[in-house]
Design a protein around this ligand. Structure first.
Ligand code: FES
Length: 932
């Protein structure tokens, strides 16, 4: 058939049943992204004869004799379509994986006649109100949509040039909006890759008694079948940390025992995905089903089915707390005397809060492609936050020297902690070594939702007491986390989640009882906030209830109890009382400002919107959060900056870019130190062959750890340049000034190009070890209206104050906060991976409700005026922290509105309706959910 793509007549023959997206990507149009396969996310949006369609559900054959336009057909980086330019100017993306689809949708709106022309909003007053409907088909997981709305309205948020403090757009912005910035599977391989598909377990717990791969080998196009006999039997954890011993080695690449539905059983490598899928179905597997446990409370009881009962004898070696009790990790520690503190209290609040499973839902699923270099070295390009840690673990699993493995990333389409795991790279590596051919493995959206780690569900019991003045006398938590079938990240999530949530408050008597237990559910893992979001939901709710009982304003109660500079930062008893804490307040403490900012904003008379009607109940709620801005026990970054022959600079740094914005910030830091403009700085990153070691982009470390390393490297280079100029130009380096194109001292000027050509390369190196740690703070406030007859919650006002130290890039930081708030609102209101008997039933995005444009209220973002002694230019990190106070702030506002406290997430309409039972417009109490 003939299809015209971006004006080019293309003769093609689609495979039977092939969708237009796959056809376009086969023809090199990698600007058409794969996000869901079901027409829900919009990352694959293209124009067909001018109409926007989701090309993943549009049959390729229907495009015959039609004109298809992709993002790359709208404009090029040098000649952008006006809509694309608006996305650059507004800063309308973070990871950018949704952007090529969004600009196509927006372009269609721009060309549409009538008042629905969204990006002519200033000309068409009715347009803005129509955006929730018009953008329903395009999801963005990163931004919270405000910057996208700004792009559609033509608002300019970014600034040209400048160093820290200015809203520089990302260096890749023009390529991202044109769809030409490559993501993991958009780059080339030496020859066309084979495709790897995984056969997954239909059982939650079973022993594989036999496996016959012969029928799979008989499928045409099959190059390899991988069974447990074909891969290394080396225990490891999918979780990646600087210290690999932080996580239990409870996983095998392919195990003979399956412990959750969706676990890998075998894999096939074939010429096409279809052939590999067909061969997977042909593998004959016999299972002996075993008893399973899905409830963490039951799993913790004596006699429960054991998830890792085969590891009882090797528990210490594998670092599992107690496999005979399904226990991954635990902590029980007390500071002071909690029971005495509770007895001394005039008011005590006790309660149990529950949080659900939440999916990361990065629009780019986990994917990797690998190949061999001519000398036999293994190369893996993967969608990861931690390329160096993946390289080191691949080398360990495959018994290779690390220098025989190269791991790199392209731009990563979202992470949120989900890509701090090794989930696809290992099988790709084995398949490459087995076949000698490039091999690609891309998880489907359903695999992503059902077989990759989610946020830990937790049960959080809180007991808190205070005297009549509201001063805390005791604070205790009892946490039970569902680790799922494997313990990846479970110890860290549990410890971290308990730590800063408890350490936020000064109290002489504190106790933490926390357990993380195995079940036969899909594994839990790292998720934005690393446990704090769940535990703070309980603690911040309990404090709100305490304030109510005491008749003290909730913000005032926090003012009286939050930690202050000079306080120890302790969740419970210190492990080593003699050891000084590596947590310090540095030169910045902005929590008091954050509380004041939210307090003032919520009291302001200019509330933008009142309740929709007289039957609505209105309430206000706040919550606070603290986060240590650098992960404990080591987060390392080595960076270098080189003066190039053309007088520009190249920064080499390991941090992956996945919407965290570190590329922009590192550019700004280097430019400021070197006295030049950002467009003279190029960043090369996240390639183990090309840049210095970096632990990875997690724990909000990209700006403060790698940023410090970049700062140090640029400073070293600056000194080297001045010294070299001194020698060459016979000038005093101490009196000379480094400018954008050369060194000036009095009348003497030495061009950078001359220095670069004069001799040895001019390179500065910098390193940072991530310690000591500083603390960042967030406070969120909501005013809401709740309809008691439906349970609907409408956000009338959302305000978020952040203490991030010096704000290096205001628009980017605002976007990070808005995105964190939007993601947290999804988890607070409706996101839930529903699991029944171990089966994830919300296995497509249509069933897993990601926040759409219409779901996300605009949040007013305010910054504390602080500067930190530790971070680069006084900055602290702020990428995951905004998530944490949102759910409790919303719950507290709902409690204020309806007089009943939500104890369970998500606060869906039906749950809130049940809480409202007995109120006018709701069913009588007898109809309420007894568990609600
Ligand atoms: Fe929209 Fe990442 S920027 S999904």
């Amino acid at each position: 058939m003939i299809v015209t793509v971006n004006g080019v007549r293309t003769d093609t023959a689609p495979a039977p049943g092939q969708c237009l997206r796959t056809l376009l990507r086969q023809h090199g149009h990698t600007e058409v992204k794969r996000g869901c396969d079901t027409g829900d996310c919009g990352a694959c949006t293209v124009l067909v004869d001018g109409a926007a369609v989701h090309s993943c559900v549009y049959p390729a054959l229907r495009a015959a004799d039609r004109a298809v336009t992709t993002a790359a057909g709208l404009g090029t980086p040098d000649d952008l379509h006006p809509v694309q330019q608006r996305f650059v100017d507004a800063g309308g993306f973070q990871c950018g994986y949704c952007t090529a689809g969004l600009v196509v949708t927006a372009a269609a709106l721009a060309d549409a006649p009538g008042p629905t022309c969204a990006n002519r909003a200033s000309e068409a007053p009715g347009a803005a109100a129509d955006l929730p409907r018009l953008l329903k088909g395009n999801l963005c997981r990163c931004t919270g949509y405000r910057s996208i709305e700004d792009a559609l309205h033509g608002t300019v948020n970014t600034e040209k040039g400048g160093g820290p403090g200015r809203s520089l757009p990302p260096p890749a912005a023009r390529r991202v909006v044109a769809g030409l910035e490559p993501y993991t599977l958009d780059g080339s391989t030496p020859v066309a890759p084979l495709h790897l598909v995984v056969l997954r377990s239909p059982h939650a717990h079973a022993r594989i008694t036999s496996m016959d791969a012969a029928p799979a080998w008989a499928v045409p196009g099959v190059h390899a079948v991988l069974t447990p006999d074909d891969v290394p039997a080396v225990p490891y954890s999918t979780a990646r940390h600087q210290h690999r011993t932080d996580d239990p080695d409870d996983t095998l690449m392919l195990d003979r025992v399956v412990r959750f539905r969706g676990q890998r059983v075998a894999a096939v490598v074939a010429e096409t995905v279809a052939a590999a899928e067909r061969a997977c179905r042909a593998i004959m597997v016999d299972y002996a089903e075993l008893p399973a446990v899905f409830d963490p409370e039951r799993a913790a009881e004596p006699g429960a089915p054991l998830v890792h009962g085969d590891k009882v004898d090797t528990a210490a070696e594998l670092r599992i707390a107690d496999p005979a009790a399904n226990l991954v990790a635990q902590r029980h520690a007390e500071l002071g005397d909690v029971e005495a503190g509770l007895r001394a209290a005039t008011t005590v609040v006790e309660g149990t809060w529950r949080t659900q499973r939440v999916a990361h839902a990065s629009l780019e699923t986990h994917a990797a492609v690998g190949w061999l270099e001519p000398d036999g070295r293994l190369v893996v390009r993967t969608s990861t936050q931690v390329p160096f840690l993946v390289r080191d673990e691949l080398a360990r699993l495959l018994s290779l020297r690390p220098e025989r493995v190269r791991v790199l990333t392209a731009r990563v389409g979202g992470g949120f902690g989900g890509k701090q795991e090794l989930l696809v790279e290992d099988l790709v590596a084995v398949a490459v070594l087995r076949t000698g051919r490039p091999v690609q493995h891309e998880l489907t959206r359903t695999e992503s939702l059902t077989a990759t780690p989610c946020r830990h569900p937790m049960r959080v019991g809180v007991r808190v007491g205070a005297d009549a003045d509201g001063v805390l006398t005791a604070l205790a938590i009892d946490v039970l986390a569902d680790a799922g079938a494997y313990g990846n990240h479970s110890p860290g999530v549990m410890f971290h989640g308990c730590h800063e949530s408890m350490a936020l408050y000064r109290c002489a008597n504190k106790r933490v009882d926390a357990r993380s237990v195995y079940t036969h559910n899909l594994p839990s893992g790292a998720f934005r906030g690393y446990g704090l979001g769940q535990i703070q939901f309980g603690i911040e709710s309990a404090l709100d209830e305490l304030a109510r009982k005491l008749g003290i304003d909730p913000i005032e109660l926090r003012r009286r109890n939050v930690v202050r500079p000079g306080d120890p930062v302790l969740a419970d008893a210190p492990d080593d009382p003699a050891a000084p804490s590596d947590l310090v307040f540095g030169g910045s403490y902005g929590l008091d400002q954050c509380l004041d900012l939210v307090d003032t904003a919520l009291r302001a008379p200019s509330v933008p919107a009142g309740p929709p009607g007289p039957e609505w109940l209105v309430g206000t709620g706040v919550a606070a959060a603290m986060i240590a801005t650098i992960p404990p026990r080591g987060h390392f970054a080595d960076a270098s900056v080189t003066l190039e022959p053309d007088g520009g600079y190249t920064v080499r740094v390991g941090t992956a870019e996945f919407g965290n914005g570190t590329t922009t910030v590192h550019t700004q830091i280097a430019a400021a130190v070197l006295g030049t403009e950002p467009d003279r700085v190029t960043v090369r990153q996240s390639d183990t062959d090309v840049v210095g070691y970096d632990t990875g982009a997690f724990g909000s470390a990209g700006s403060v750890v790698a940023g410090r390393a970049v700062h140090a490297a640029a400073t070293a280079l600056r000194e080297a340049i001045l010294l070299a100029a001194g020698r060459l130009g016979d000038l005093d380096p101490a009196a000379a000034k480094l400018g954008p194109v050369g060194v000036q001292s009095g009348e003497v000027f030495v061009p950078l190009t001359t220095l670069a050509a004069a001799g040895a390369p001019l390179v500065g190196h910098g390193r940072h070890d991530g310690t000591p740690r500083s603390l960042a703070f967030n406070v969120h406030g909501f005013r809401v209206a709740v309809h008691p007859g439906t349970g609907e919650i409408r956000v009338l006002r959302s305000v978020h104050a952040a203490d991030a130290g010096t704000v290096l890039n205001p628009e980017q930081l605002r976007g990070q906060i808005e995105g964190g708030v939007a993601q947290a609102l999804g988890g607070a209101r409706f996101e839930e991976l529903i699991v029944r008997d171990g089966r994830v039933v919300t296995d497509v995005l249509r069933q897993y409700h990601l926040p759409q444009f219409a779901d996300v209220p605009r949040t007013e973002v305010l910054f504390a005026a602080t500067a930190d002694d530790l971070g680069p230019f006084g900055a602290k990190s702020m990428s995951e922290a905004p998530y944490n106070p949102v759910a409790p702030a919303l719950a507290n506002a709902v409690r204020d509105a309806i007089g009943v406290r939500p104890y369970e997430l998500p606060m869906s309409d039906d749950r809130i309706w049940r809480l409202c039972a007995g109120r006018p417009g709701a069913l009588p109490p007898a109809a309420a959910d007894p568990g609600g």
